[in-house]
Design a protein around this ligand. Structure first.
Ligand code: SF4
Length: 427
């Protein structure tokens, strides 16, 4: 009988993309993939360490596996596995801790790894450009995450990612296009470009703009979406390209992290607030209807009440449609860990709550401008009596329909605003 394996992914879109690839490796080795929590021989958790909440999630999941699936071996892989090897190896039931330099070959590696004692497998992370020989199809998602890059050289003072994922490196250009063709053949219409710092993409003489324009030319690809891009890496031509290339989604998620110049400097971010806002305004003016989103960190060391109010007001009057709010926590390898003036947890929670409420209101306001408009929706799955999907400018849209809309691009007239979505009718 085939060995059974299940997967759980914590963290970002890149981790999702990588789990899909790791999973293919196990299928190729003859494993049967089952749902998480079903009895299995092996459980793989692709970990995240961006905040202490990510770390806590790993411990919670390991405890759960030990309760409900206690004969399974556990492999913890990815970012937290890279930077907290000994700590993770101590968790009950964990057999393997596998870093980012090895996890993509996990199925093959575990075939040859012994099971006598728990072990760490964490070779140095390569610095060279890379290829991905298999395509990872995540059958639970309609849109395909397409990995084009990994690692980061920026070393922002709060961020452990350069330690967890290594230095910036790019996927070979032709390999990206080959994957896009295969993903289209597997039925995927939207490609979401993922990586850690994708705007720094460089392979030989090809840059990020080359990736964008060549991907939308791949036959069958209907949409290309940029997931998250660092502000100082947005190419000058991008906005113009977004206006003229109908396949490139009018959507940008650009992390601002703080709305206060002093905090940005302490974070070693490479821009000031005025530059960032100039870009945002020109994006908003040049690309009508664009959805602009951001990440913001609350409670960075030294963030006073005044600093926070600066951030709050900046976001309030910005053209952002939403923001993801992260509560600052010390990470092992970061410089900010040693900074004085740590902000109390209770204050961080209050500030985070205020920003999350503001984000909700901003999104509702963003929705209002589209009432009565006709948009095209890529539908995903039915949920609570509605089919839901996304417009190219990142509005979640719900319709009632008896048709099977899965993976269909359908025109919809937007009629109402719901909590986190808009409701429409097919036209
Ligand atoms: S740009 Fe800064 S925040 Fe983003 S991954 Fe690199 S170091 Fe981390």
């Amino acid at each position: 009988m085939n060995q059974k394996v299940s997967f759980y992914t914590l963290g970002c879109r890149l981790n999702q993309a990588e789990t899909a690839i790791i999973r293919r490796g196990f299928e190729a080795e003859g494993y049967e993939v089952v749902n998480f929590e079903e009895p299995s021989d092996l459980v793989v958790i692709n970990t995240c360490t961006v905040t202490e909440n990510g770390d806590a999630d790993t411990r919670r999941l390991v405890n759960k596996i030990n309760r409900v699936n206690n004969s399974a071996q556990i492999a913890l892989v990815g970012c937290q596995a890279q930077v907290q090897q000994a700590k993770l190896l101590d968790l009950p039931g964990v057999q393997w801790v596998v870093g980012n330099g090895a996890k993509m070959e996990l199925a093959k590696i575990l075939q040859n790894a012994g099971t006598d004692t728990p072990q760490v497998i964490a070779p140095a992370i390569p610095r060279e450009s890379f290829t991905i020989p298999v395509i990872g199809i995540d059958y639970s998602r309609t849109r395909a995450n397409l990995k084009i890059q990994d690692g980061c050289d920026f070393f922002c003072t709060f961020c452990e990612i350069p330690f967890a994922r290594g230095r910036a490196r790019s996927r070979e250009f032709d390999d990206i296009l080959a994957s896009a063709r295969q993903l289209f053949q597997a039925g995927r219409k939207e490609m979401v470009l993922t990586g850690i710092n994708i705007g720094t993409y460089q392979f030989q003489n090809r840059n990020f703009m080359d990736v964008l324009s060549n991907l939308s030319a791949v036959e069958g690809v209907e949409r290309v979406r940029i997931s998250s891009i660092e502000p100082t890496t947005v190419p000058d031509l991008l906005l113009h390209h977004m206006q003229s290339d109908s396949k490139l989604c009018r959507y940008l998620h650009i992390p601002i992290q703080s709305g206060c110049d002093g905090i940005l400097q302490a974070m070693k971010r490479k821009y000031c607030v005025a530059e960032f806002m100039d870009f945002l305004r020109s994006a908003y003016e040049q690309v009508p209807g664009i959805c602009l989103g951001t990440d913001v960190i609350v409670g960075f060391p030294g963030e006073s009440e005044e600093h926070f109010e600066e951030t709050y007001n900046l976001l309030l009057y910005s053209p952002f449609a939403y923001f993801h709010v992260f509560s600052y926590s010390d990470r092992d390898h970061t410089r900010s860990r040693k900074f004085p003036d740590k902000v109390e947890r209770s204050i961080i929670e209050l500030r985070s709550k205020r920003l999350r409420e503001l984000s909700y209101r901003k999104r509702q306001n963003y929705f209002k401008q589209f009432l009565g408009e006709r948009v095209t929706v890529l539908f995903e799955q039915p949920k609570n009596g509605y089919w839901t999907g996304l417009s190219e400018n990142y509005i979640r849209i719900k319709v009632k329909s008896n048709l099977n809309l899965e993976n269909e691009l359908v025109p919809v007239r937007l009629r109402e605003i719901d909590q986190e979505a808009m409701i429409g009718t097919i036209v």
